[in-house]
Design a protein. Sequence first.
Lengths: 319, 244
Amino acid sequence: MKWGLPALAALLLFYPFIFTGPFYWDIGVAFLLAAISASAWNIVGGYAGQVSVGHSMFFGVGAYTPLLFYQLWGLPPVAGVPAGMLVSLCLALAIGMPTFRLRGHYFSMATIAVAELIRIFVGTWELVGAAIGLQGPAVGRGWWDLTFRSELPYYYIFLGVLAIVLYTTFEVERSRFGYYLRAIKAGERAARSLGVPVRATKLKALMLSALFTSVAGSLYSIKTGFVDPESGFGILVSVQMVIVAALGGAGTLFGPLIGALILVPLQTATNTWFGGGGSGLTYILYGGIIVLLARFEPGGMHEWWQRVAPRLMRRWHAA
Amino acid sequence: MLLSAHNISKAFGSFLAVRDADLTVAEGEIIGLIGPNGAGKSTFFNCLAGDTAPTTGRVLFDGIDVTRYSAEAHARAGIGRTFQVPATFEDMTVLENVMVGAFLRHHHRGAARETALRIIEMTGLARQTAQRARSLGTPVRKRLEIARVLATEPRLMLLDEALAGLTPTELQQAIALVRRIHELGVTLVIVEHIMEVIMTLAQRVLVFNQGHVIAHGKPHEIVANEMVIEAYLGRGHRRRRETP
């Protein structure tokens, strides 16, 4: 559908003017953050089929570094973003080198283990606030602190980052690197026999994915002005990335967007209906989605739509 | 010699799947590997393709020792292989599958696509270009595997039962395709059970049994070889033949 992409871009661009007010803007920002994180995860988890359940380690590094720069040296949090990206890149390299010798579930388990170890370590490390975490500037000293009262500036910053992530993914998809990722996902042995450098390609994918996940973490902490071990490195952070991408369609460009579009309003609704008493509902929601996806639509909503859309079009033309 | 494998042995624990096998392949030859199931052909084949390293022995390709090369290094060196069970990339289209192979020599998308389309045309897959591999039947998938390897521009192609399970018409088409590939200057080593393929295509044949090479020679010599007949049909066959 030729009009699909411009319509989506227009909708995202004008969303704050269509749905006005802090409540809807907050949902919009949460949607964009979920879409950025899941799109970043999608590069390694979706396209290359290397299901990392420990991506919170990159998100956490990205979230902690800006606030650490502020706490230690009084620098604007945004100055810590490149440092977070650099640390995440090194971490991806250090994790990827040994774990990409492992395949399938073993890689997933290794990523969970490393992420949990980092969360526990950060929770006891005084320099980064241990279990209490870190805080950013309560009141902005200038625009460069990116501390805004309104959600609107955040919405457009996040939208800009999402556009960069999606454009990069689009370019990856069309490139030799993208073809290699999909070949690896389909069958490593066959890919190797065609000269695909499997380990190096997976490592590059993990590094690119870690880079964007780190940026997502930085956006989160700059916006909320706070991060602790659970909100930065918690397993739910990783699980949400996996579920958003899988729900929409892992290994597709717009799958994570579709997933975020379904999951974020659903989360907001459960939070609104059940308040603090329903805090455990997120786990039930995630578990339910995993079961439903595995049983009925392992390819996610994107694949479902690709199957259903031609039938609908035929009916529409017949009518 | 384009390929020479000397004293290749492969052990899995205490089980010796291949014992002291030798093979030399001159540029432009077509060699057939035959043998009963479990004879060690595929293991030997995997050693040649870099899929598994031999326990002992050496593999030289164009004078270079590639024994410890990885599978991807074998492909880069110019050795391509197909799999006994087609290992096509199921969610990718025929064009995308072949492009993965073409990317080995052509790093730009346009050049890889052009090469892939040319090979798709040559291998008779043009009608299926936009179809996903998962929607194809086994004969077409086997053809797709050949196309994909061909896109890597190999000097030596190792075909592992690439013609098995075809109807007589499909078999004739596949034989014609292998001939076309050979005419392009590609050297071929073919593992095959179908004697018609071996008799038609191979210039020399190696026979495996219980990990050993028990015979080698021209196809018409091999079919008359008593050891080969015994390996395929058992000792009872010889006794029946000897009984008046």
